[in-house]
Write a protein that binds this ligand. Structure first.
Ligand code: 8DG
Ligand code: CA
Ligand code: CA
Length: 343
């Protein structure tokens, strides 16, 4: 259990060390402490507001191109108030933060932080489990009756789901998927989006966008386009478990036979006329998406995962015809960015 807590801290540290701007983070000790506080507020106190404030402060200090030397300096930055400034002073003066030391020793914090790492278990469920006396995964396995289907799968693959997926493995999964689908129906089109499409070396999960050449507009006749795909992929052994499944969104687990790990797989079905807005959205990053949406608004458009629509007196008009990602950039007069440059 101690090792679980350490892994968690290491991953926060890694996150803190890579600054948003891509340069070295000269304040990584401050930002990792702030991120740890943000996680604590989110998971243990369920205070989204405070959590977001810590997260914002962490982003601000990690983006600085100089080392902070006092809380007073920090307090001049946006998003950093008196309380956080005092914490920075304490870290500078003593090399540690009492609040964090206490948090790390607190039983409920340790347990809830661990339990929320199970895919499907949120802060409220984790608190409920802790209150029922469950503090580690061994106990949770014995009482898995307390979990729903998704949480059971999250528990079963706890270790695997925390691993990053190497790019080459996703490529293999994609090739296998395409091969199976082409045999099923030539008209299926699949694209792996998410961080994979941004060409990162590893990904947290696999985000697949699916369409079909005859599925031109959203209509009532697409009912089983996604189910057919999931059924076939499962029959061929690529999909191993279903977490949840609707007509347009599947969440589950996949694994290549010769590989060791189970991977989280999401598949979303979109009609062709929404496919490229979907690809843009699910390629991300989420930071890039926010930037692009704000830009769109400033140009009088509203952009989401389904469509790009002009705004007239604040009211969204009909979706514009879009047949590539480039179309979207052009409508918006936004210089085209390759997926790998959409940080
Ligand atoms: P990762 O899995 O390697 O950690 O990174 P990712 O592929 O960029 O993140 P993701 O959580 O799998 O989400 C895929 C894309 O979906 C993301 O790059 C942008 C888009 N997206 C948003 N907002 C949100 C959101 O609130 N939740 C999720 N799941 N995706 C979002 O723009
Ligand atoms: Ca992803
Ligand atoms: Ca995802």
């Amino acid at each position: 259990m101690c090792t679980h807590a350490n892994t968690e801290r290491m991953s926060l540290k890694r996150k803190a060390e890579s600054s948003k701007s891509g340069g070295e983070n000269l304040n990584s000790d401050f930002s990792s402490a702030l991120l740890e506080l943000a996680e604590w507020e989110k998971n243990v106190n369920r205070n989204q507001f405070k959590s977001a404030a810590y997260r914002k402060a962490a982003t601000v200090v990690s983006g600085l191109d100089y080392r902070l030397t006092s809380g007073a300096d920090a307090a001049k930055l946006p998003g950093i108030g008196k309380k956080i400034a005092e914490k920075i002073d304490e870290m500078i003066d003593t090399g540690k933060l009492r609040k964090l030391e206490n948090i790390r020793e607190d039983d409920s914090t340790v347990a809830i932080n661990l339990l929320t790492r199970v895919s499907g278990i949120g802060p409220a469920k984790a608190r409920e489990l802790f209150d029922a006396g469950i503090t580690n995964l061994e106990q949770l396995k014995k009482q898995h009756i307390k979990l729903n289907h998704a949480q059971k799968i999250g528990l079963k693959h706890f270790e695997d789901f925390e691993l990053r997926i190497p790019r080459a493995e996703i490529t293999k999964i994609f090739n296998e998927m395409e091969k199976i689908l082409k045999k099923l129906d030539q008209d299926y089109v699949v694209t792996v989006c998410g961080s994979y499409r941004r060409e990162t070396a590893t990904s947290g999960d696999i985000d697949v966008l699916l369409t079909h050449k005859q599925f031109k507009h959203a209509d009532k006749h697409h009912g089983n386009l996604l189910h057919r795909v999931v059924d076939r992929l499962e029959k061929e052994g690529l999909i191993t478990e279903r977490i949840s499944e609707g007509e347009t969104k599947f969440m589950g687990v996949c694994k290549l036979k010769q590989y060791d790990h189970y991977r989280r797989l999401d598949i979303r079905l979109l009609p062709l006329n929404q496919y490229y807005c979907g690809i843009l959205y699910f390629t991300g990053s989420d930071v890039f998406n926010k930037k692009m949406r704000t830009w769109a608004l400033s140009k009088g458009f509203t952009l989401n995962e389904y469509s790009l629509r002009p705004l007239e007196e604040g009211v969204a008009g009909e979706p514009l015809p879009v047949s590539s990602e480039q179309d979207i950039f052009e409508y918006l007069d936004y210089p085209y960015k390759e997926p790998k440059d959409r940080a």
